[in-house]
Design a protein around this ligand. Sequence first.
Ligand SMILES: [Zn+2]
Ligand SMILES: [Zn+2]
Length: 118
Amino acid sequence: MTTFFERFKFYSTLPNLGDIMVYCSKCAEELPENAYFCLKCGTRTRNGVTAGISPPWNWEKQLEQTLSTVVKEMEKAVESVRKSINKSNQKISVSCSSCGEKNLGSAKYCYKCGSELK
Ligand SMILES: [Zn+2]
Ligand SMILES: [Zn+2]
């Protein structure tokens, strides 16, 4: 049975094992290789740093990410609304039967020649 300090000393002298084994740099807990945070003390692992994972207490970064997601969603929504407006504009446009001019679907008379639109 090794003490915590001995374990820590042992692990900190280990060569760089890369992705094969991950140990917490703070408490030397053995972690799954894909872990981004220590299961025991919550310290970010080298994996987490490499992957650019923000610690949960970094609210500024999280807010930034959330906002950029919201902005993207809004841009998508605006784009889809714009598309549907374009579509409905095309649908409701009416061509004048006498001069061929395109009028709004709500128009009763051609704005160019005054013919009644049907
Ligand atoms: Zn730890
Ligand atoms: Zn007309």
